[in-house]
Design a protein around this ligand. Structure first.
Ligand SMILES: [Fe+2]
Length: 388
């Protein structure tokens, strides 16, 4: 028992609440940023969200630049383009504004503003973490979705067309120094994206809870995150102006990402190639694959799934473990349906003959290595088929 040493840390300072965006000037001041680059996407350019952030900066007379061309699944060119602007405009800090994609690019931009070589050299799996020479300029994260939790994460996921897949860059230097969670910034998120991103948060909590690494602090955070998603995601999806639901979903997303410091599982390995190859939203891809993975994990993860069933209000303690665990899968499936997500990869332009090549890419992805049940490439193919 307790033979291995575990390291726990939760260092990001988070400002949470309606109007928290007004803390941005003091966050910049405290972190020594005089001229930030706002990194966001074209979808937000046309909304009041970008305006509200820009007006806070203007009011405080803080000079800034805006890069608003980040793709929905960010590509290397987004990083290079924003890094170029960052350098020519002599910026000294990045503000990631939006969903996980702009947040991930804002992390990579401060790195590439200094790194002389290619971004792909810094890929975590290829030992890139050792080549990262931080500390880099400060990053301030302002999420406008409630899902990825990238605001408290130390990784950035970028698609490299040269390599034909997503690469992960990972380093403690990538952790934002401040996160601003203002529920009012998420009210404009449409129901389908609210549901999809919320399912990403749910998957983070569940995969981290069930992965076999010893981290009881992350486990407790994951369980509370699951409870919040179960209570509030349907409400936030039904009524985007429900601030209580929006705020609790932001908290759940942050908790999910703190929890998955522990690790993730096979659902994420299946989801990643679906985004790179077919452009599926990451949270949606997770939602479509999660039930099959839960069934695959049913035996080794049974005790966790019994707790999950109880969070759904099932009288799990009065049932046999196997029965309660199986019931939790059905509860997740019906939640996905109530969120208006149509099940089945076939409904999203994923042809059946693509499943075998997808399974090769999924097997290359590192997340499944910490799945509670070991996966072969054949297992991942079966999971795709079951999700099809
Ligand atoms: Fe995720």
């Amino acid at each position: 028992m307790f033979d291995e040493t575990s390291t726990f840390s939760f260092p990001t300072r988070i400002h949470f609440g309606c109007g928290a965006i007004k803390q941005l000037p003091s966050c910049l001041d405290e972190t020594g940023v005089r001229k930030p680059l706002i990194v966001t996407d074209p979808g937000l350019r046309a909304t009041p969200v970008l305006n509200s952030v820009v007006s806070v900066l203007k009011e405080a007379q803080i000079p800034h630049e805006v890069f608003a061309d980040v793709h929905a699944n960010p590509i290397e060119e987004d990083v290079l383009g924003s890094a170029e602007l960052y350098k020519t405009a002599a910026c000294d800090g990045a503000i990631g504004l939006g969903g996980g994609s702009p947040l991930d690019v804002s992390k990579a931009v401060v790195v590439m503003a200094r790194h002389q070589g290619a971004l792909t050299e810094l890929e975590w799996q290829a030992g890139g973490m050792d080549r990262m020479a931080g500390p880099y300029d400060p990053i301030i994260a302002i999420p406008t979705t409630a899902g990825t939790g990238s605001e408290v994460g130390r990784s950035s996921v970028i698609t490299s067309h040269k390599l034909g897949r997503k690469i992960i860059i990972f380093s403690p230097w990538l952790m934002p120094m401040r996160a601003i969670l203002d529920p009012q910034l998420t009210v404009g998120l449409p129901p389908s994206l609210t549901a999809a991103t919320g399912m990403d948060a749910f998957t983070h909590c569940l995969e981290s809870l069930t992965c076999p690494t010893f981290h009881p602090i992350c486990d407790a955070i994951a369980i509370h995150g699951l409870e919040l998603v179960i209570r509030f995601l349907e409400r936030a999806t039904r009524d985007g102006k429900d601030i209580e639901a929006r705020g609790n979903m932001q908290v759940a997303a942050t908790m999910g990402a703190i929890a998955f410091q522990k690790d993730l599982g096979a659902t994420h390995s299946l989801a990643h190639p679906l985004s790179t190859e077919f452009g599926l939203n990451h949270g949606l891809a997770n939602a479509l694959c999660l039930p099959a993975v839960m069934r695959f994990n049913l035996e080794p993860a049974a005790s966790h799934y019994v707790r999950l069933a109880a969070l759904f209000g099932v009288a799990a303690q009065q049932m046999a473990e196997k029965e309660a665990a199986a019931r939790s899968v059905r509860e997740v499936e019906s939640m996905i349906e109530r969120l208006g997500i149509t099940r089945g990869l076939r409904n999203y332009g994923v042809p059946k003959e693509s499943l075998a090549p997808l399974s090769l890419k999924a097997f290359e992805d590192s997340c499944h290595r910490t799945n509670i049940r070991a996966c072969t490439q054949g297992d991942l193919l079966k999971l795709y088929e079951e999700s099809w």
